[in-house]
Design a protein around this ligand. Structure first.
Ligand SMILES: Nc1ncnc2c1ncn2[C@@H]1O[C@H](COP(=O)(O)OP(=O)(O)O)[C@@H](O)[C@H]1O
Ligand SMILES: O=P(O)(O)OC[C@H](O)CO
Length: 514
């Protein structure tokens, strides 16, 4: 049967998606399923690993059935995933020993403080390209080994396996035959040396992680294995591409040349710049990370990671019950001309780049008796654009490159009001592509390249722009609004630190102290 499609698995933070792409790189069919988020304590975020696998395998079968496409028509599977999220499971039974600890989870902040106190900041930055933060997998893995009874000993005996979500999916797709990850996902673990392309023994020693439980690290485009016959009705489909979702989006947006940038608005917001074959260190709070490994070469990127973007819109929907669906945010925000001075800082999981404050927490500023849900909704949408400006400023300073336009993608770019405000606050045009599923497209490209479904030249010709948003705001208004944002951010910082509580208790009731 002719191989006419590539199937992308896009395992995101809030949903699992399967997308079938045709030869033109156009979407043929999509299936998606949201899954449950667990917040067992403040700052804790977990997923059920079996639900990750169940929802992802479910939507991948559904997308084929719905499109009437046989698994035999699929040339390859490409996998892209929420990064850093940490899983540990039993090698024999495949049973997870603990829930997946999600990238947003802050429970390991104290372990990170301890690493900083040991003077490891420079070593970790130079070796792994990362700043010390609870975001990355290493301290999450340490936490599981420290807290699940007997886990470290079992891992030392080779009975337990570690993986990020890509590794977990490949392991399940192959029914335990293949235990791999790719350079992009490994570069988010804080255990991987991004220069030598190997796990870093010193980091493993510092975190007390047995090497035996770590996956093989491979390039982002090659045949890692085939799906087990039982998964897709007898078909053995090559699994031929793996990349973390943000790197996959950079590839999907065809940012192949150094200096090219994309910004993805999903649960979080992630801006990546291709820096070519040279890792660029950031003095301005960005990460140095691996963009992809392809054709025997490694491409690096600078990354600005914002933890909460579309998730703040979900919070308005589910937490505050302002509306029933995320797209309604545009309708409500559009009912007011501006926020009337209201700022929402959605630091629900601390602040990522460029602030890196694990103890910041969310806040709403500037409330008056006239504030309505429309203002808060608008301010929440605007927070995505302000956070993007924070990152873009850092990236331009680090790279010395001044962007002429910003390529965007991800679920929230459907929001025209947000896109217009983004162009206004940056003062540069924002370009929205025809296929905004760049993440899945990137994974499909990587897989398709490995099996000869596409060539690089064919891919480079794709990337049609659907709409360009031109900046319309005057310079003074832009300046004033952004200053308000900076003031608001400053006031959220350090909020959850214990010594902040002490400061308050010693200043409480000054009259009584006199
Ligand atoms: N029209 C919209 N306006 C604002 N936010 C939106 C809109 N549509 C979707 N979102 C937000 O985008 C996110 C989903 O984007 P997606 O790229 O699927 O994220 P992820 O891969 O992180 O799960 C959700 O957090 C949702 O709140
Ligand atoms: O789920 P997303 O698409 O917001 O991506 C999550 C990132 O990979 C976290 O680093």
């Amino acid at each position: 049967m002719a191989k006419s499609y590539v199937l992308a698995f896009d395992q995101g933070t809030t949903s699992s998606r399967a997308i079938l792409f045709d030869r033109a790189g156009r979407i043929h069919s999509v299936a998606q399923k949201e899954f449950q988020q667990f917040y067992p304590k403040p700052g804790f975020v977990e997923h059920d690993p079996m639900e990750i696998w169940g929802s992802q395998s479910g939507v991948s079968r559904e997308v084929l059935e719905r499109a009437g496409v046989s698994p035999d028509e699929v040339a390859a599977i490409g996998i892209t995933n929420q990064r850093e999220t940490t899983l540990v499971w039993d090698k024999e039974t495949g049973k997870p020993v603990y829930n997946a600890i999600v990238w947003q989870d802050r429970r390991t902040a104290a372990i990170c403080d301890d690493l900083k106190a040991q003077g490891l900041t420079d070593y970790i930055r130079e070796t792994t390209g990362l700043v010390i933060d609870a975001y990355f997998s290493g301290t999450k893995l340490k936490w599981i080994l420290d807290h699940v009874e007997g886990a470290r000993e079992r891992a030392q005996r080779g009975e337990l396996l570690f993986g990020t979500v890509d590794t977990w999916l490949v392991w399940n797709l192959t029914r335990g035959k293949v235990h791999v990850t790719d350079y992009t996902n490994a570069s988010r673990t804080m255990m991987f040396n991004i220069h030598t392309l190997d796990w870093d023994d010193r980091m493993l020693e510092i975190l007390d992680i047995p090497r035996a439980m770590l996956p093989d690290v491979r390039p982002s485009s090659e045949v890692y294995g085939h799906t087990d016959e039982r998964t897709f009705g007898g078909a053995r489909i090559p699994i031929a591409g793996i990349a973390g979702d943000q790197q996959a989006a950079l590839f999907g947006q065809t940012c192949f040349e150094p200096g090219m940038v994309k910004n993805t608005y999903g649960t979080g917001c992630f801006m990546l710049m291709n820096t070519g074959e040279t890792p660029v260190a950031s003095p301005n709070g960005l990460l140095t990370t691996i963009a992809w490994g392809l054709n025997g070469k490694v491409t690096y990127a600078l990354e600005g990671s914002v933890f909460i973007a579309g998730a703040a819109i979900q919070w308005l929907r589910d937490g505050l019950r302002f509306f029933d669906a995320a797209p309604d945010s545009e309708y409500f925000a559009g009912k007011v001309g501006d926020t009337e001075g209201v700022y929402v800082v959605p630091a629900f999981a601390g602040l990522g780049a460029p602030y890196w404050d694990m103890y910041a927490r969310g806040a709403i500023f500037g409330l008056t008796r006239g504030t309505r849900k429309e203002h808060i909704t608008r301010a929440t949408l605007e927070s995505l654009a302000y956070q993007t400006k924070d990152i873009l400023d850092a990236m331009q300073a680090d790279s010395g490159i001044h962007l002429k336009s910003l390529r965007v993608d991800g679920g929230a770019v459907a929001n025209n009001l947000l896109m217009q405000f983004q162009a206004d606050i940056l003062g540069v045009p924002v370009e929205r592509p025809l296929v905004t599923e760049s993440t899945a497209l990137g994974a499909a490209y990587l897989a398709g390249l490995a099996v000869g479904f596409w060539t690089m030249d064919e891919i480079a010709q794709n990337g049609e722009i659907e709409r360009k948003f031109e900046p319309e705001m005057d310079e003074q208004a832009r300046h004033d609004l952004y200053r308000g944002w900076q003031k608001a951010v400053k006031r959220t910082m350090g909020w959850a630190r214990e010594d902040e509580d002490e400061k308050v208790s010693t200043t409480r009731n000054p009259v009584a102290q006199v």
